[in-house]
Design a protein around this ligand. Structure first.
Ligand code: C2O
Ligand code: CU
Length: 717
């Protein structure tokens, strides 16, 4: 419903612009009528144009009002306070000024006279109060289209003041121009000659002049947006959010004193106690419980269909090797880069590791260039399904294969307890890592054909679904067994219920763990409803893919499972509150203009840097005003979903690290700031992230010795 209103509003404004341009042109040409008969006919038609324009404006204004009645203010403040008044002003001028004059004109002219226009008719046909409203409508509609493409978000009348003033000045000029024409029409003795070429030349001249004037701020903005060769992420646009005062009133939070000044260089000595992120590492000492070596290199990888792809790999495999560790173990991973010229890292997506182990170039480490290596050491503190990927030129790196599954199995004690219950039954634990390979399409790992698996009836099966792709929300359907979603984003759910005929839609970067008991007939997991690319499980691994019906319902965690005590909840006292508005706007990013996806109206590096202090409980409201999904991924923390679109989350506590925020959605989430550092927070549609849809969370008293930009080799996205 919400997106319907938004679309109707935008369509109304675009159509209003298109048709008002035509109508304005027609009104301006009334004077060129050869005879009274023609003038009469044209005037009559113009009245229909007024009715038509009113319909488009009404669609836009009506939708704005409907949104105001139904949605969060972020969705309608600009629509109701800018778009609607501009549209209403122009439409009223048409009805109050132009319409009565058109009526007069019709009364005073005859539809049957072939006589040339006399002075009175010529004056009437150029009357500014008749013609200018049409032009004004076109002008204000153009203004509205500008505000649609470049919305003042978060809403701020000040940002809109400049363009509105420009519109007012232009409107006055239009009126003056039309008065001039009116005077000329009265003074001249004969009918005004229609000289199309003169008119066209004049129009082109005006357009060229307008372009020349506009190009100055545009070129300046373009130049301004060029990313500097070196940029410290610790020096972002600090934002402190809101807090409550003693009386519980929402007030602006005071700046945290121990952070750096925006724009300053990493001030050596500015905060002598500031901790560099490189010191926020995992245990440096001690023997690792588990060691891995991953070598990044280019390789040709053969998929199950026989197709060969040019991949970027870890250890020659794409996806990279599946890493399995146990909760509580000290993990050591040595990364070597053989020949990936762009550089590589390892980011443990979803695992809340110490900051220095997070693997983000320019934020927590330098890119590992060919011939170099880097060692990560951390304790795997959460059991669950995660994945790892390079966080240097992430979009390209992930697309080409620099990723793999990371499974943290529960600590021995828990394992022993569960084993006692399911002792007799075998159990299967299968990672389903889906990916689109360039030239080969969707695959499960390296399988772009059907996977067959023999599983004993009665066995407990756990499927760990991981979506590694950009853009798409992947749909997984399990046919042949009822199942439970036992974990989301690496966090177990509390008493999840039995599901059947429900599609599992997983956002990019997200994970679902699915569990079921193997029946004595085949069970099929389809990926996007495909009968050839999926996982067929049966007693002997043989048999046909069961007929699958795409379920109409899709899994929704908001009320799934049973409530359980969580350390925080909707009525906790939050130390700090932030708002993140996801939208798009016509902007420049690194010198290139496009309709960019924005956070609070900005693209990186203008996006806010949310400042927190260790120990604070933080609440964030994430609002998607745009027309596409944005899976928001916060590093180093898990967010507890409190509510969606005003509806409280009532099921099992739903902790997420990659939250799919669909168009029109308003999520309230909370997280505990208990992992000091500099943490990326970005859209995991890596195409968006690479175009600036990224920001970061910064702890007070933390600094980063690293920089991003061309001169540093570091390009986290
Ligand atoms: Cu999976 Cu910042 O990334
Ligand atoms: Cu996005």
């Amino acid at each position: 419903m919400l997106s319907l209103f938004i679309h109707v509003e935008q369509a109304g404004l675009f159509l209003l612009l298109l048709f008002s341009l035509i109508a304005a042109n027609k009104a301006a040409k009334l004077i060129y009528s050869h005879a009274e008969r023609e003038l009469h006919r044209k005037a009559r038609k113009l009245r229909f144009w007024i009715v038509g324009l009113t319909i488009w404006a009404a669609a836009a204004v009506g939708s704005a009002i409907a949104l105001a009645a139904a949605a969060h203010p972020v969705f309608w403040l600009d629509r109701l306070l800018i778009h609607a008044p501009l549209a209403l002003i122009s439409i009223s001028s048409l009805w109050l000024l132009a319409w009565p004059r058109l009526r007069m004109l019709l009364l005073r002219t005859s539809a049957a006279t072939e006589q040339k226009l006399d002075t009175a008719r010529r004056r009437h046909a150029t009357d500014p109060a008749l013609v200018a409203p049409f032009k004004l409508t076109a002008l204000l509609a153009a203004g509205n289209v500008y505000f649609v493409l470049s919305p003042p978000v978060p809403f701020n009348l000040f940002e809109a003041a400049m363009p509105i003033t420009t519109l007012l000045v232009l409107g006055t000029l239009l009126w003056m121009h039309q008065s001039g024409r009116n005077g000329a029409a009265a003074a001249s003795e004969s009918a005004t000659e229609y000289r199309p070429w003169t008119r066209r030349v004049r129009m082109t001249g005006i357009a060229a002049a307008a372009c020349a004037v506009l190009s100055v701020p545009i070129l300046l903005a373009m130049d301004n947006s060029k990313l500097p060769g070196r940029l410290s992420m610790a020096e972002g646009a600090a934002e402190y959010g809101m807090t409550r005062d003693e009386n519980g009133k929402r007030v602006k939070a005071a700046p945290l004193l121990r952070n750096h000044v925006h724009g300053a260089l990493p001030a050596a000595g500015a905060d002598k106690d500031a901790v560099p992120v490189s010191e926020l590492s995992g245990p440096k000492e001690g023997t690792a419980d588990r060691r891995f070596e991953l070598t990044a290199k280019k390789a040709q990888v053969q998929l199950s269909s026989g197709k060969v792809i040019d991949a970027w790999t870890y250890n020659g495999k794409a996806p990279g090797p599946e890493l399995r560790v146990r909760e509580g173990e000290l993990i050591e991973v040595k990364l070597r880069n053989e020949d990936i010229e762009d550089g590589v890292t390892l980011h443990w997506h979803g695992l809340d590791v110490p900051n220095a182990e997070d693997g983000v170039t320019g934020a927590t480490q330098e890119a590992v260039m060919p011939g170099e290596s880097y060692t990560y050491r951390f304790i795997a503190e959460q059991a669950g399904t995660f994945w790892y990927h390079s966080h240097q030129h992430s979009k390209e790196a992930v697309e080409k294969g620099l990723f793999g599954a990371l499974v943290v199995e529960p600590a021995e004690t828990e394992k022993a307890a569960t084993a006692a219950i399911t002792e007799s039954a075998a159990s299967e634990d299968i990672v389903v890592l889906t990916h689109i390979w360039d030239g080969a399409g969707t695959a499960v790992g390296g399988h772009d054909t059907l996977i067959r698996k023999a599983i004993q009836p009665g066995a407990t099966v756990k499927l760990r679904l991981v979506n590694t792709d950009n853009w798409v929300r992947r749909a997984y359907t399990l046919t042949g067994a009822s199942f439970k979603v036992t974990a989301i984003d690496g966090t177990d759910l509390h008493n999840p219920g039995e599901l059947k005929n429900v599609r599992l839609e997983l956002t990019t970067g997200g994970r679902y763990d699915v569990a079921f008991t193997m029946p004595d007939h085949p069970v099929y997991l389809s990926v996007d409803g495909d009968r050839e690319r999926g996982l067929l499980m049966s007693a002997d691994g043989e048999g046909d893919v069961p007929i699958t019906m795409e379920p109409s319902q899709s899994f929704d965690p908001l009320h799934y499972g049973e409530a359980a005590p969580a350390p925080v909840g909707a009525d906790s006292r939050f130390d700090r509150e932030f708002t993140m508005i996801l939208d798009n706007r016509l902007a420049f990013y690194n010198g290139t203009p496009a309709l960019y996806d924005t956070i609070n109206g900005k693209v990186f590096p203008e996006t806010p840097m949310f400042m927190v202090k260790e120990g604070e409980l933080v609440k964030a409201t994430i609002i998607n005003r745009s027309a596409v999904d944005h899976p928001m991924h916060l590093h180093g923390h898990h967010m507890l979903v409190l509510s969606r679109n005003g509806e409280q989350a009532t099921g099992s506590p739903w902790w997420s690290d990659t939250l799919d925020v669909a168009p029109g959605d308003v999520y309230e989430v909370t997280f505990l700031a208990n992992n000091p550092g500099l943490w990326m927070d970005h859209c995991h549609n890596l195409v968006h992230a690479a175009a600036g849809m990224t920001m970061h969370l910064m702890y007070e008293g933390v600094t980063s010795p690293f920089q991003i930009g061309d001169e540093s080799h570091n390009h986290p996205e």
